[in-house]
Write a protein that binds this ligand. Structure first.
Ligand code: OAD
Length: 246
């Protein structure tokens, strides 16, 4: 359990003085809502698969039905859970600092449901579907069979970014601009293993930002950061935001 004394005073001071705060979140921020993180073992029917092996265009081409069902299951999980105090704290922080850019690698909509606005969805959104052939955004029902695109007849796929695919250009540009411009950068609940998202902290640091991580398991990148707070986001973020707002 993280206590208030674990939050470094200079980080609170930097946040109070900040003109622009950039926050990048990963699966860990949704863990306390009950959404499994990406790299922990899966459960139930999916226990025999590694998430990394399912989240690729090759996996979809090999077995569209399997991948479609996996994402429908993940979508159901996201629908059934609620945002946790970490999500709400970030929405609150946006009302305290002059400018906040929130970039998430999560596709579960929980930041938005907690009240965060203009969230940059780095890896897309699980509640959006797209045509695998022509890329157009489509709305499919909850069928477990792979629906077809009404325009071209191609299979529909979830509107997320898979390994080996490009980050949406707008999301990439806006995130990079925020990392360059911000004066405090927070990396929360991410293993920082997947690039380009993991590179944003370095961009921020190169451009003079104070960089901090919130993660119960410090990542390999954390040794290079200014601060690494070893606690869960649902505990640390509300405390941090309380201090900043004092
Ligand atoms: P990971 O599953 O790789 O990492 C989750 C991180 O959250 C780990 O470092 C955990 O220690 C940390 N964590 C666990 N519980 C936490 C809590 N309560 N509070 C704070 N941190 C906690 O997830 P990501 O880093 O998000 O991309 O993975 C990045 C990307 O890899 C995902 O967006 C996905 C995946 O491949 C694509 O699908 C393209």
């Amino acid at each position: 359990m993280t206590t208030t004394s674990d939050i470094p005073e200079p980080l609170i001071a930097a946040l109070r003085d900040a003109r622009h705060v950039c926050v990048v979140t990963g699966a860990g921020v949704s863990a306390e809502s009950g959404v499994p993180t990406f790299r922990e073992a899966q459960v139930g029917l999916w226990a025999k698969y590694r998430a990394e092996d399912l989240a690729t265009p090759e996996a979809f081409m090999a077995d569209p039905e399997l991948i479609w069902r996996w994402y429908r299951w993940r979508r159901d999980v996201a629908n059934e859970v609620e945002p946790n105090p970490g999500h709400y704290a970030l929405a609150r922080l946006a009302g305290i600092v002059p400018r906040l850019t929130l970039v998430t690698q999560n596709v579960d909509n929980l930041h938005q449901r907690a009240g965060s606005r203009n969230v940059i969805e780095f890896h897309g959104n699980i509640f959006v579907d797209r045509c695998f052939a022509d890329g157009t955004e489509q709305t499919a029902d909850d069928s477990l069979d792979v629906p077809v695109c009404p325009d071209c007849g191609g299979p529909l796929r979830p509107g997320v970014v898979w390994f080996g695919e490009a980050i949406p250009e707008d999301a990439l540009n806006a995130s990079w601009a925020a990392a360059i411009d911000c004066d405090v950068f927070l990396s929360v609940g991410t293993s920082s293993l997947v690039y380009p998202a993991a590179g944003l902290a370095d961009v921020a640091q190169q451009n003079g930002a104070v960089v901090a991580e919130v993660n119960p398991n410090p990542t390999a990148l954390a040794t290079g950061f200014d601060f690494a707070i070893g606690g869960t986001s649902g505990v640390v973020l509300p405390e941090l935001v309380d201090f900043v707002s004092l």
